[in-house]
Design a protein around this ligand. Structure first.
Ligand SMILES: [Zn+2]
Length: 194
């Protein structure tokens, strides 16, 4: 039975979409392989999974990586195992090997690490679950996260195409677009609710 991943924070405001337009690239001189959100401040796992890594990364601050099995994409109508990576948190509340659900608190939205200009959560989803700590976001290896991908191609995916917003109780999730269309795809805030 496939699972439907939900948003990692409630009361979410999108501040930068996945690979979206030019504003992010102009400011940070890099492609955005994830999606930025403010809100929470509690960060939850996005579904049933296992913690692959958790701790202090020299570049991305307090980070957690989770492998989720059999995730359904409402966009592609396919099922895939997905790695979720969460950066810049104020703290980390889980340990490697720990089983998590959507109700497990994995951390708190924060402003830790380099290349962050305010409290937000960077969410990166990747179909590579064999090497969950490899991220195209990094230009060099850090202590937890490693640069690039193990294969030839970029295996990250658009988080909005692989997640749902759980508007029903007890999560009551909401998601809105912030910062204007240079930063956020306005369609992202209107995606499927469950
Ligand atoms: Zn980001």
């Amino acid at each position: 039975m496939a699972q439907k991943l939900i948003q990692p924070i409630n009361n979410a405001r999108l501040t930068a979409s996945y690979k979206w337009r030019d504003a992010y690239k102009r400011q940070f001189k890099a492609t955005h392989y994830g999606q930025d959100m403010t809100g929470g401040p509690i960060v939850y796992a996005q579904g049933n999974g296992t913690v692959a890594f958790a701790g202090w990364d020299n570049v991305c601050g307090w980070v957690v990586g989770i492998v989720y099995k059999d995730c359904y994409s409402w966009y592609y109508k396919t099922v895939s195992d997905i790695t979720g990576r969460y950066y810049h948190m104020a703290d980390v509340r889980v340990k490697p090997g720990q089983r998590v659900t959507k109700d497990t608190r994995i951390g708190t939205v924060g402003n830790t690490g380099k290349y962050t200009t305010g409290a937000h959560l960077h969410v990166e989803l990747d179909t590579d679950t064999k090497y969950p700590n490899y991220t195209p976001t990094l230009a060099g290896n850090s202590n937890i996260l490693k640069k690039g991908t193990r294969g030839a191609k970029d295996t990250t995916v658009d988080p909005m195409r692989w997640t749902h917003t759980k508007a029903s109780a007890p999560d009551n999730q909401t998601i809105v677009a912030g910062y204007g269309s240079d930063w956020v795809d306005p369609r992202d805030a209107k995606l499927p609710k469950i």
